[in-house]
Design a protein around this ligand. Sequence first.
Ligand code: 1HN
Length: 343
Amino acid sequence: MQVLGSLEELPQSYVTSLTELNLVPLWPSLRAVLPPEKPRPQTRPVFWRYHDIRPLLLQAGELTPIEKAERRVLVLANPGHGLEKMQASSCIYLGMQLLLPGEVAPPHRHTPNAVRMVVEGEDAYTTVNGEKCPMAKGDLILTPTGLWHEHRHDGDQPVIWLDVLDLPLVYYMEASFVEEGRDQEVTGLAREQLYHRGIAPTPLFQRSDARYPMLRYPWADARAALLQQAQVQAPGSAVQVSYINPETGGHCQNMLGFSALMVRAGENVRLPRRSAAQVFHLIEGAARVGIDSNRFELAESDTCCAPCFAEITISNSGSEPAFVFIADEAPVQQKLGLYSERA
Ligand code: 1HN
């Protein structure tokens, strides 16, 4: 490979003249912005234990009332990007959010897309543009760009969920902002029952042509789909289902992709090397996630992230099936023609 000139080789007076005119020579930095063969991600493999997060989140519940927090969240930040950037990867933000009984996280809407993966607790719900989306462990609830949302809690135990947003990307694009709103009137339940395995209620199902026709994906349905898929798929091959827009068959949101993976007892699955960073969150079971030279032992509700083109293996380290929720950057990369996979 050609050796390019460095900044130090240039006369200081020349560099100063450039700087004064807001000019920069490209050649000393060309390989930094165009590294050979594969990107050099700032995203590092990072592991967050729920056992560590939970007590600190509950403590936040004592320290900061919801009125002062708006959203009571501890952000899972990747030190490779700098903790203050609040990024898990280049495009993915992760946070653990706590809502206590009786609390209301007030209505707003914003440009970043969000999803919630419910971790523990019952009887909380998110209202999304008037649709009531009840929360139970493992449920996926979408709050796509521009839709009003608020969280309420009618139960008597804390509810905790994992927020996944494309905030770093939208913020980088200088497109991130929020509008505060008025409390929503609940106009109906989430419409997931309209699409249940292609069986529609009568009167005859009609396409809604809404950009986001389905806002809640119950865990019971995703889990059942995985168990069914596992019966027909050869051991060692990834048993994985995607959360899709049931009217288009495409990804359920524009930027990030969401899927669930089942690893059978005794099974070890190797994923293809992908150009998109990924996040793994264990819904049930026990799993060892290998990311390049790292080995993370995930217990229930633990989370880790993997950079682009990482070598990833997921092994079941328990005796029951392990179920993993995955978020990735594939949809935005595919839309921009940047996505690829390597063996
Ligand atoms: C947000 O709107 C929520 O609505 C949670 O629960 C976390 C992080 C950054 C920006 C917006 C929520 C968020 C967020």
